[in-house]
Design a protein around this ligand. Structure first.
Ligand SMILES: [Zn+2]
Length: 165
């Protein structure tokens, strides 16, 4: 017995899904944030936060390195190593020892300088002057700042300065 076949319901016209949702794109900009004075063509808050992250990480790295360095310098200056085999220490060893120490100091001072640059960069982020070449005022390309986050000069100006220095 063949039951009456109900009219095959034409597949219900699915809820109109024709309109692409793009028109309802998430509204990202939350106007709630207290926006600082608009920077003239500068990096936006998100980018600045990004750079801040890079700088803070580098800073922490250096501080750790310096702390280790400080320890190792202390050891050298207390002379523990020297007294241990004082009878054996030759001029050569003393020489390299001094050289090592000098190298360490040099390295430490270079790192210290770097640290200052990074601190300065952080200050400039807060002031809203970060990313601008201090010589020509142009915005330094992001790629350069990613490589050298404390850069204060654009490549062109840097090369110019190198020539004059
Ligand atoms: Zn420049």
């Amino acid at each position: 017995m063949a039951k009456k076949v109900i009219k095959k319901a034409k597949s219900k016209p699915a809820k109109k899904a024709s309109r692409p949702k793009t028109s309802v794109a998430k509204m990202k900009s939350a106007p709630a944030k207290p926006v600082k004075k608009k920077l003239v063509k500068g990096f936006n808050a998100k980018e600045l936060t990004y750079f801040k992250g890079i700088i803070t990480d580098k800073r922490r790295e250096i501080l750790e390195e310096l702390a280790i360095l400080k320890e190792s310098m202390m050891d050298v200056t207390t002379g523990e190593y020297a007294s241990e085999n004082s009878t054996y220490s030759t001029h050569m060893e003393q020489g390299t020892d001094a050289m090592e120490r000098e190298k360490t100091f040099l390295f430490a001072s270079r790192e210290g300088k770097f640290l200052n640059y990074l601190d300065d960069a952080l200050k400039r982020i807060d002031k809203g002057t970060y990313g601008f070449c201090i010589n020509c005022g142009k915005l330094i390309p992001k790629a350069r700042l990613e490589a050298v986050p404390h850069a204060q000069l654009c490549i062109e100006c840097k090369n110019l300065k190198k020539g004059s220095m």
